[in-house]
Write a new protein. Structure first.
Length: 136
């Protein structure tokens, strides 16, 4: 398994970005091991502030193709998401899932609450101006 571990970035702004673990699960075998994994995973996330945002949903696809299920977990930050994944408690139950599903799992940092996409354009293309502020 290839494992890329970039240094977490920190944008300035009103709220620190949250982090997400995203799982694309395919060919999940419904079996007692999967049931046990599901029964135990919440207790492994609790000490790290993790929670399910999406669990096993099949998305509506507007572009491209998709097969399988989607799982999204939210954590207070990327450090805690990584700590959870590496924790002995989670590593103990991980084989219950990996033996019975094809998975692509990744961790990613979200954006601040007040983030606007124009900020990225301003960083990529200096001199284009500043993002248009949101009006609420």
């Amino acid at each position: 398994m290839t494992h890329t571990d970039p240094t977490p970035r920190r944008d300035k702004g009103t709220d620190a970005p949250r982090a997400f673990m995203i799982g694309h699960l395919r060919n999940v075998e419904t079996c007692p091991d999967i049931a046990e994994y599901l029964e135990r995973i919440d207790a492994t996330m609790a000490p790290y502030g993790g929670r399910f945002v999406v669990h096993g949903a099949r998305p509506v696809v507007y572009e491209g193709t998709w097969d399988g299920d989607l799982v999204i977990l939210e954590f207070p930050d990327l450090v805690r998401a990584r700590e959870w994944y590496a924790s002995p408690e989670y590593q103990e139950i991980l084989p219950l899932r990996t033996a019975h599903a094809d998975s692509l799992i990744l961790a990613i940092e979200g954006v601040r609450e007040d983030y606007q996409a124009g900020e990225k354009a301003a960083r990529l293309f200096p001199g284009r101006g500043t993002p248009t502020p949101l009006t609420r």
